[in-house]
Design a protein around this ligand. Structure first.
Ligand code: NI
Length: 165
């Protein structure tokens, strides 16, 4: 089985609001496995289903990049957001662009695991940032949307040029 290819901005799949999972069957497990393998293949610390062209509310996160440390989240909802953080972010779907994004410093994320059981994650530090970044992907949002307008404009211009090359 090959590694799925990544959708690169401005690919329209990255702008779709993903659909919640209602059947926790093999298909969701396969999707999670594809996300984990693709994330490792590109040395990422997170990856969301729209990035491999799937409009399903599933993402994986693994700030340590350690095999076996992957967190799989289905149908996530972000609740208690506390404090402020400002971290330089990048994205596998937005090549060669980095920018400092304002986020909450700590979040509580509620969702499901692959078996459909409730999952609650209290996160701070890098994990909190990754969870917010991946959650955004499931809403059709990219980190560049959260940059000051001039940085966003410059990033989008660069992406359009790259898409034509
Ligand atoms: Ni991303």
């Amino acid at each position: 089985m090959g590694i799925p290819s990544l959708c690169m901005a401005p690919h329209p799949a990255l702008r779709v609001v993903a659909r919640p999972v209602d059947a926790f069957a093999d298909e969701v497990r396969r999707l999670a496995r594809d996300l984990i393998e693709t994330m490792h293949a590109h040395e990422g610390i997170g990856l969301a289903a729209p990035q491999i062209g799937r409009d399903t509310q599933v993402f994986v996160a693994n700030p340590s990049q350690r095999r076996g440390g992957e967190l799989v989240v289905v149908n996530p909802v972000l609740r208690g957001a506390r404090g402020r953080a400002s971290v330089v972010e990048g994205c596998l779907s937005v090549p060669n662009v980095w920018g400092r994004v304002r986020r909450a410093a700590a979040v509580r994320l509620e969702g499901r695991d692959l078996a459909g059981k409730p999952l609650v994650i209290e996160a701070e530090g890098l994990l909190a940032v990754v969870l917010q970044h991946e959650f955004d992907h499931l809403q059709g949002r990219l980190f560049i949307d959260r940059l000051p307008w001039f940085q966003r404009w410059r990033a989008e211009a660069r992406l359009r040029l790259a898409a034509c090359a």
